[in-house]
Design a protein around this ligand. Structure first.
Ligand SMILES: *[C@@H]1O[C@H](CO)[C@@H](O)[C@H](O)[C@H]1NC(C)=O
Ligand SMILES: *[C@@H]1O[C@H](CO)[C@@H](O)[C@H](O)[C@H]1NC(C)=O
Length: 799
C-alpha cells in the first residue's frame, strides 16, 4: 500500500485554479497563490532560520522526475527528511501551489496529481517552520495539515509519534517508493520494527520490539515515541517514565547538532546527528544508535522473508547495517535489488529428479556459521556431518542441510531469514547441481501479469448468488487507461451529473480477461455479488485494473446487463470506484474496475494497522460524499444497499472509494417495492428490510450510520470478544455512551480523537441520527454531509 503516512492525498475532480505568479517565501511564510515549478534550479520554501527547505527534490537516478520533499537547507549532501510522492514522482515542470483549499500538485499539462488531505480547508498561509515541520494554517490560525503529523521515514526533534503512528522505509536510498519496513508504535504501547507484505500491505510480526507494553497496568504502557532536542530518543510511558531507545551516554546538546531518527531502506532504524557548524570542510552524519543491534540475527517469525529476501543470507557490516548475499549457485531474482530474493541458477526439486533423487547430480557447498532457522522439515539426531550431507543429497526435497552439535536439519525452499554470524556454530551445506548435469533455470521473463506489473493492475471477479441458472459475470477495473485503449462510445442517457467527463467503456472479450487474470488465478476478495480477481491488462501505460467475475445471476439479466453497466459507467466521482469496461460474452458477464492498491477499509479498521483519527474522519466524509452523489446526482437514484467497510476501498492516498454500487438490479432486487430477498449484510441492514415498506435511499443512510460508528471506534458493530456485554453491539453501546454523556469511552485509547472532542461528538451524533429506526427521522446523505462538515448544527439525537 502506499504508505499510511503518505500525506498528500489524491483527488480527481477538483477544479484547477488559475495560475498565479509564484511568490518567493521570505522567512518561512508562504502565501496563498505561491507556487514552485519542478526544474533543476527550482526555488524552495526555506524556513526563517534557513535550517529546512520545502520544494522539489530531483531524483538522482532520473533527472526528469521530482518528489516533493523537505530537507536540511544547510547540509551540503542532500538529506531528505520528508517526502510526498515517492511512489509517483512528478515530471519536470510540474507545479506545487498553495491554493485557498490546500496544496495542489499539478503536472505540466495542468492535470492534478495530488492534493493535500484537507479537502475543503480554508487556507490562510503555510509555513516552513524552523523545526522542519511544514504547516498549513486555516483562516483562524488552526493547523489544517502538518508534515510532522504525516511522517515518512524520519522523525525530527519535537516530532511526536503517537500510538498507531508509523514510519515507513523507502525502497532504496535514492528511490523513494515505499519500502518493506515499518517502525510503529502499537496501540498496546510497544514500539516495533516489522516488515510488511508488499502485496497486501499487512504487517508481519516484529523483528524488534521495545517491551514498553505493561500488561498488568496498561495505563503505564508506552503512549508516545519522542525525539528530543538533545537527541534523546525514547518511549514515553503513561506514568511519565522514559524508556530510552538511544544509547544514553551519547546524548549531545541540540544547539550544536541536527538530530534525526530514520528508518533506513534496509530496515535498520538509526539515530544520527550532524554538526551545525562543522569545523572541517565537511560535516558528516554520525550514527549514535542502530536498532536493532544486529538485524541479521534478530527475531524470526513464521512468515515473511526477514531483512534480506528469500534464499538470501544476511551479514552485518561494520556500520551495523545488513548486507545480503545469495548462496553459491544462486543469483538475484532482480539484479537491481540486492536486498531482494535469490533463486537457484539450476532447476531444483522432485519433479526433475524423481522421488529417488540421485545424489551424484549434486555438489554440496559448505558455508560456515550460516543458517536459515525457520524451515527445517526434518531433524536427524544424533547424526554425523557425513551422514547429514548424504541424507540431504539423497532427498529431492532437501536443498540445504545444516549441521550443528550432532544434529542434522534438512531444509526446503524458499529459505527465509538467512543469516551468517560467528556466534552460530553451524555449518550449512547448500546443494548445487553439478555443471555437467546442469539444466539452466530459464531466465525470468515476467509475464504480463507477472510480479513486475502486480502493482499496476488488478482484476476483480465476483459471483452472484441469485437463482439456479448460472451466469458468469466478470467485473474488471482499469485505472486511467490510455485513451487509445478505450472505446469512445457516447452513452445517450444522462444518468448522473458527470462533471463534464465523457463516459468511455471498453469492451473486453472473455479470453482477454482470462489472460489478464492468468486464468483467474489471484483472488482479491469476495464482494456481495461474488469473487473479485486481480489482473493485468497490457496497455501502453501499464495501469492497474481489477476484474470481478459474477457467477449465478438472476435469469433474464441479459437485457438489463448493458443498461446497468451503462448506468454505472455514468458515475464519475472521486469517492466511487471507477468502472472501466465490461465483458458480455456467452454466459460470461464481467465488469472491469480500476485497481486500488490499499484494499478495503475493513482491513484498516479491524486489522492490526490502524488509521489515524484525521484519516478516518476524511474517509468518513469521502464515503458521505460518494453516497450523496449516488442519491442526489444520479437519475434514477442509485441505492447502494450494501454499505459496509468491505465495500469501501482506499486509494494510494487513503481516499475512500465506494465499490459495488449500481448492482442491485443485476442481483434481482426490485428496489421500489417490498422486498422478500434481503440484500445487504447482517449488522448493517436497516430495520425496514424486515418490514413491508418500500426500500429507499434511507437504507444506505442507516448502513452509513453503522459504518460511521465503526470508523469512529475502529471496531466491528457486533463484537462478542470485547469483554463487557454492554459493549457487544456497537450501535447500542454508542447510544448508551451518548445518553450518559460518556462518548470518550468510545475512543478510549485514541489520543488524537480525544483531543478533537468537538468533531468526535459531532460525528457520533450524526451516526446516531442515521441509525434511527424511524425512517423519516434519518437525515438525507446531503444533510449528513453538511452536518459532518460542521456547516449545519447537529441537534441532539433521540436515543
Ligand atoms: C515552530 O518552531 C518553533 C521553534 O522554532 C516551535 O517552538 C514551534 O512549536 C514550531 N511550531 C510548529 C507548529 O511546529
Ligand atoms: C523505485 O523502485 C521501484 C520498485 O523496484 C520501481 O518500480 C520504481 O520505478 C523505482 N523508481 C525510480 C524512480 O527509479
Amino acid at each position: 500500500m502506499a504508505s499510511i503516512f503518505q500525506p498528500l492525498l489524491s483527488a480527481y475532480l477538483l477544479l484547477l485554479l488559475p495560475l498565479v505568479v509564484a511568490q518567493s517565501s521570505a522567512g518561512g511564510d508562504i502565501g496563498v497563490g505561491s507556487s514552485i515549478e519542478a526544474t533543476p534550479d527550482a526555488k524552495q520554501w526555506v524556513s526563517l532560520s534557513g535550517d529546512f527547505a520545502f520544494g522539489f527534490h530531483q531524483l538522482e537516478n532520473n533527472n526528469d522526475l521530482f518528489i516533493l520533499a523537505i530537507w536540511y537547507y544547510k547540509v551540503p549532501s542532500r538529506t531528505v527528511v520528508w517526502y510526498a510522492n515517492g511512489d509517483k514522482p512528478a515530471p519536470t515542470r510540474s507545479k506545487i501551489e498553495l491554493t485557498d483549499r490546500g496544496l495542489v500538485l499539478t503536472d505540466p499539462k495542468g492535470q492534478m496529481i495530488r492534493r493535500s488531505e484537507f479537502a475543503t480547508g480554508d487556507v490562510s498561509i503555510a509555513r516552513m517552520n524552523d523545526t522542519g515541520n511544514f504547516v498549513v494554517y486555516g483562516s483562524s490560525s488552526e493547523r489544517l495539515w502538518e508534515s510532522f503529523g504525516n511522517p515518512t521515514d524520519t522523525l525530527l526533534p519535537t516530532q511526536v509519534m503517537e500510538r498507531g503512528g508509523v514510519l515507513s522505509s523507502r525502497h532504496k536510498e535514492r528511490n523513494f517508493s515505499k519500502g518493506r519496513f515499518q517502525f510503529r508504535l502499537l496501540p498496546n504501547g510497544n514500539a516495533v520494527l516489522n516488515t510488511i507484505n508488499m502485496e497486501s500491505n499487512l504487517s508481519y510480526f516484529a523483528y524488534y520490539f521495545s517491551a514498553t507494553s505493561d500488561q498488568a497496568n496498561s495505563s503505564n504502557s508506552g503512549f508516545q515515541v519522542r525525539l528530543d532536542q538533545d537527541g534523546s530518543f525514547y518511549v514515553l510511558r503513561g506514568n511519565n517514565q522514559r524508556d530510552s531507545l538511544s544509547a544514553e551516554d551519547d546524548v549531545v546538546p541540540s544547539v550544536d547538532y541536527y538530530h534525526r531518527v530514520t528508518l533506513n531502506f534496509d530496515g535498520v532504524l538509526t539515530v544520527s546527528r550532524y554538526p551545525k557548524n562543522p569545523t572541517g570542510r565537511n560535516g558528516n552524519w554520525s550514527v549514535s544508535t542502530t536498532i536493532p543491534d544486529n538485524i541479521c540475527t534478530s527475531r524470526v517469525e513464521k512468515y515473511g522473508s526477514g531483512t534480506c529476501g528469500y534464499n538470501s543470507i544476511c551479514t552485518l557490516k561494520s556500520d551495523k547495517r545488513p548486507k545480503c548475499n545469495c548462496p553459491p549457485g544462486y543469483s538475484l531474482s532482480d539484479a537491481n535489488d540486492e536486498y531482494g530474493n535469490c533463486r537457484a541458477d539450476f532447476v531444483q526439486g522432485c519433479e526433475t529428479d524423481g522421488i529417488t533423487s540421485r545424489g551424484d547430480l549434486y555438489d554440496l557447498v559448505e558455508l560456515q556459521n550460516t543458517d536459515w532457522p525457520t524451515v527445517d522439515y526434518e531433524v536427524i539426531s544424533p547424526c554425523t556431518v557425513n551422514d547429514c550431507k548424504a541424507y540431504c543429497l539423497q532427498d529431492c526435497l532437501c536443498i540445504v542441510a545444516m549441521y550443528k552439535k550432532g544434529e542434522c536439519f534438512k531444509k526446503t525452499p524458499p529459505l527465509p531469514y538467512g543469516r551468517q554470524d560467528v556466534q552460530m556454530n553451524t555449518i550449512a551445506f547448500v546443494k548445487v547441481r553439478k555443471a555437467e548435469f546442469s539444466q539452466k533455470n530459464p531466465p525470468i521473463t515476467p509475464p504480463p501479469y507477472g510480479k513486475r506489473f502486480r502493482n499496476s493492475l488488478t482484476i476483480l471477479i465476483s459471483v452472484f448468488l441469485g437463482s439456479s441458472v448460472l451466469v458468469n459475470f466478470v467485473l474488471v477495473g482499469v485505472l486511467c487507461l490510455g485513451s487509445s485503449f478505450l472505446y469512445h462510445r457516447k452513452i445517450k442517457r444522462n444518468h448522473c451529473n458527470k462533471n463534464g467527463i465523457q463516459s468511455s467503456l471498453r469492451y473486453f472479450n472473455y479470453n482477454e480477461l482470462e489472460e489478464a487474470t492468468n486464468g483467474f488465478e489471484e483472488e482479491l476478495g469476495r464482494g456481495s455479488f461474488g469473487i473479485v480477481y486481480k489482473g493485468v491488462i497490457k496497455t501502453d501505460s501499464e495501469d492497474p485494473i481489477e476484474i470481478a467475475k459474477l457467477d449465478r445471476v438472476v435469469q433474464d439479466i441479459d437485457r438489463e446487463f448493458r443498461t446497468e453497466v451503462n448506468v454505472i459507467a455514468q458515475t464519475h466521482h472521486r469517492n466511487l470506484v471507477k468502472l472501466l469496461g465490461y465483458c458480455d460474452e456467452g454466459e460470461y458477464r464481467m465488469l472491469v474496475y480500476e485497481y486500488l492498491s490499499n484494499g478495503t477499509l475493513a482491513s484498516f479498521l479491524f486489522g492490526d494497522l490502524k488509521l489515524s483519527w484525521s484519516q478516518r474522519t476524511q474517509i468518513a466524509m469521502g464515503i458521505a460524499r460518494g453516497l450523496c452523489y449516488l442519491h442526489e446526482e444520479c437519475s434514477p437514484q442509485i441505492i447502494h444497499c450494501d454499505i459496509k467497510p468491505q465495500n469501501i476501498l482506499l486509494d494510494d492516498y487513503y481516499e475512500a472509494r465506494i465499490s459495488d454500487f449500481g448492482l442491485s438490479k443485476l442481483l434481482g432486487t426490485n428496489q421500489s417495492f417490498t422486498n422478500t430477498a434481503i440484500r445487504g449484510t447482517k449488522g448493517y441492514v436497516a430495520p425496514e428490510w424486515f418490514k413491508t415498506v418500500p426500500v429507499t435511499v434511507k437504507v444506505d443512510v442507516y448502513s452509513f450510520g453503522v459504518l460511521l460508528l465503526e470508523i469512529i471506534c475502529c471496531r466491528r458493530n457486533v463484537a462478542m470478544d470485547v469483554g463487557e456485554e454492554e459493549k457487544a453491539i456497537l450501535t447500542d453501546w454508542a447510544c448508551d455512551c451518548f445518553s450518559e454523556d460518556a462518548i470518550d469511552a468510545l475512543v478510549e485509547n485514541d489520543a488524537e480523537a480525544l483531543s478533537d472532542k468537538v468533531k468526535l461528538e459531532r460525528f457520533v451524533m450524526v451516526a446516531l441520527w442515521c441509525i434511527q429506526e424511524d425512517i423519516s427521522l434519518r437525515p438525507t446523505m446531503k444533510k449528513v454531509l453538511l452536518m459532518l462538515e460542521g456547516i449545519i448544527l447537529v441537534p441532539a439525537p433521540p436515543v
